[in-house]
Design a protein around this ligand. Structure first.
Ligand code: FAD
Ligand code: 2HG
Ligand code: ZN
Length: 508
């Protein structure tokens, strides 16, 4: 059976009918850097000479989706989107912007969840969607080189025909770009099995702020010559260079895939099930995801869901195995599931019998973000903490918001606190759903949650990054010396600060 991981929720963009507050109005402390030039007609004429008349958008209405982020939470006021087709065009644009002191926001699929992909003021948007060619593929090693603007799902489908797959997978795959994935160091649903992009990315082509093209499109798995500069750009969120090309190691597509969903009574049981899955399923385990009942209720509220179990449980885990021998994998999974049921770790469970059922089970996990996006407002937190602390953190937040008087009553501003995420990576997505964006709530969450995370040696951003949402809190995860070195690095690579200003590093 040739199984891809399909998503029934292909990362739909949720357009809002109400206008999104400008980011500058949310962060009144932010002041447009006076040294940035305001774009002129002369600049537009130059850009048109580079990208052609179809390579840019400057119509106010057409620009709305480029100025507004996926969550409809952040909105900038750019007057120009440039859509280059080649690395040389990116280079010419940046050289000009550098000379003219024009600020730029690199943008991929605009699915980022921290406001990093949209401007704060009038920065020019450099959207990479027209750089969407596969450059080469080595069917012996599985090494793919491609333009940064290729959509993740398109690459995955392309590789499927060759028996390979992308090493990362996320619900946003129908829209996000591989360049955006690398710029955010996206984790996703398969990190447990295939590791992080710091391991799978073999080379990058990057255009620096002054237009210099840094060609490091290595297709080598081993190369110990000098500093590994590409690592600096992985997770740099468009602040030190624009990624234009990618060389990445892709794994073989598994011939046998199984997906199971289990209902459990406690988070302790979730941990037991995870520990046991590593022992029993070991090399075939390809995903271990969890969500709580509150997340599931949100999913059911917004999607037409047909229950697969007789009753609801406080916790759910989704387990995927991927291997090369169906009989062997089935046997291992059956034995594991039997143990879970007999020992009372799991209360109920289902195993997908065909691809449609796999899609349906994964559809719940993939649909959680989208379901929450249909609520009036959501505060999103994406933290790394020891697995054992994941539920303590969630419970603590529920309690904290209740004692703070904003949660628990019908007229409370908080609708619910929900948690889901990547158990195998120690990464929980804590989402606080509210009736509106409300400082009574956000002031209770921040910096309280970040203090909690720091106390447990965690990270305030496991995978979504910093953008404008978390940059001021970087000190909770990195020392002053490290932040200083980051600032020095930024100043060295982008001395005029034109790349994605106001974000990533603390501004205060
Ligand atoms: P954008 O949102 O366009 O940009 C993100 C950042 O990268 C911005 O700072 C931007 O300036 C920069 N950037 C983009 N392209 C380039 C480039 N070529 N060169 C330099 N900088 C660039 N994240 C996870 O880690 N795991 C998940 O499981 C996950 N699931 C998601 C599910 C949904 C439904 C959604 C909406 C988002 C999810 N995300 C997840 C968050 C998001 O980080 C990823 O969707 C993705 O990596 C962003 O890629 P993008 O192309 O949309 O980048
Ligand atoms: C996921 O794992 C994404 O689904 C999004 O990282 C998390 O919605 C979120 O908070
Ligand atoms: Zn995630």
């Amino acid at each position: 059976m040739n199984v891809a991981r399909f998503s029934i929720h292909a990362c739909k963009r949720l357009y809002t009918t109400k206008s999104v507050t400008l980011t500058v109005d949310k962060f009144p402390g932010y002041v447009r850097h006076p040294h940035f030039k305001k774009q002129t007609q002369q600049d537009l004429t130059y850009f048109e000479s580079i990208v052609g008349q179809h390579g840019y958008i400057n119509n106010k209405d057409e620009m709305v989706p480029y100025n507004t982020d996926w969550m409809n939470k952040f909105r900038g006021q750019s007057q120009l989107v440039l859509m280059p087709r080649t690395t040389q065009q990116v280079s010419a644009i940046l050289r000009y912007c550098h000379d003219q002191k024009l600020a730029v926001v690199p943008q991929g699929g605009n699915t980022g969840l921290v406001g990093g992909s949209v401007p704060v003021f009038d920065e020019i948007i450099l959207n990479m969607k027209n750089m969407n060619r596969v450059r080469s593929f080595d069917s012996v090693s599985g090494i793919l080189t491609a333009d940064a603007g290729c959509i993740l799902e398109v690459l995955d489908n392309w590789l499927a025909e060759k028996g390979y797959m992308m090493p990362l997978d996320l619900a946003a795959k129908g829209s996000c770009h591989i360049g955006g994935n690398i710029a955010t160091n996206a984790g996703g649903l398969r990190l447990l099995r295939y590791g992080s992009l710091h391991g799978t990315v073999l080379g990058l082509e990057v255009v620096l702020a002054n237009g210099t093209v840094l060609n490091n499109m290595s297709t080598l798995r081993k190369d110990n010559t000098g500093f590994d500069l590409k690592q600096l750009f992985i997770g740099s969120e468009g602040t030190i260079g624009v990624i234009t090309g990618v060389s990445i190691l892709t794994p073989l597509r598994s011939k046998a895939v199984n997906v199971a969903l289990l209902g459990l009574n406690s988070f302790d049981d979730v941990q037991v099930a995870f520990k046991k899955s590593r022992v029993e399923l070991s090399e075939i385990l390809s995903a271990f995801e969890f969500w709580d009942i509150h997340s599931f209720q949100m999913y059911k509220k917004h999607f037409n869901h047909k229950d697969v179990m007789e009753k609801d449980y406080p916790f759910y885990i989704l387990i995927e195995t991927s291997g090369s021998n169906k009989d062997h994998d089935d046997q291992k999974l059956t034995s594991y599931l039997e143990q879970m049921m007999v020992n009372g770790v799991a209360q109920d469970g289902v195993v997908a019998q065909d691809q449609q059922q796999m899609r349906d089970l994964w559809g719940i996990r993939d649909g959680l973000t989208e379901a929450l996006g249909k609520e009036p407002a959501v505060y999103k937190y994406d933290i790394s903490i020891p697995v054992a602390k994941i539920w303590d953190c969630t419970e603590d937040m529920r309690h904290h918001l209740k004692t703070g008087g904003v949660f628990g009553e019908a007229d409370s501003p908080v609708i619910n606190v929900v948690a889901y995420g990547h158990i195998g990576d120690g990464n929980v997505h804590l989402n606080i759903v509210t009736k509106d964006l409300d400082t009574r709530v956000s002031d209770l969450i921040e910096p309280y949650l970040f203090e909690w995370v720091a106390k447990h040696q965690g990270s305030i951003s496991a995978e979504h990054g910093l953008g404008v949402a978390k940059n001021e809190f970087l000190g909770y995860s990195k020392s002053p010396e490290m932040i200083e070195l980051m600032k020095t690095t930024k100043a060295m690579l982008d001395p005029k600060g034109i790349l994605n200003p106001y974000k990533y590093l603390p501004q205060s």
